[in-house]
Design a protein around this ligand. Sequence first.
Ligand SMILES: [Zn+2]
Ligand SMILES: [Zn+2]
Length: 160
Amino acid sequence: MSVDKVRSVHGIAQLSERMRAAGMRVTPQRQAIVRHLVGDRTHPTVEAVHAAVAAIMPTVSLKTVYQTVHDLESLGEVRLLDVGTGSVRVDPNVEHPHHHLVCARCGAVRDVTPSVVADVTAHDQRAFVIETIEVVFRGHCATCAPQSPSTPSTRPTPIN
Ligand SMILES: [Zn+2]
Ligand SMILES: [Zn+2]
């Protein structure tokens, strides 16, 4: 994996510079979207980002949110995830490569460290050049899980 791509969402001013340099529009609406995404670890859906930003800036359209997150993705500032929950999720955590735990019931998405698949990567790298790895663990979060407290031996380690 290229370390050059490892980057988190920068300060608003710095990021605005990068967007302008790339020929992208920088508007107060777009800056509000970026501000909302910084440090968000909940992997919000595009619709959730729109609802949150529109609450403080009603002129923000869903279309603008879509365009902005796609622009941010092309700059390497966010990852857009399709984890099968029906909506595009926005992940500003591009600094630390990681995988995801997805709750089949409530759709909650959490980060997990890549160590659980490190063995697979080490093995396959000899015969296949891996550029990106996307792993989704499906199951139930603590709130949604059935009562049985059985602990799988391969339980991934949450990052936060
Ligand atoms: Zn859940
Ligand atoms: Zn994530």
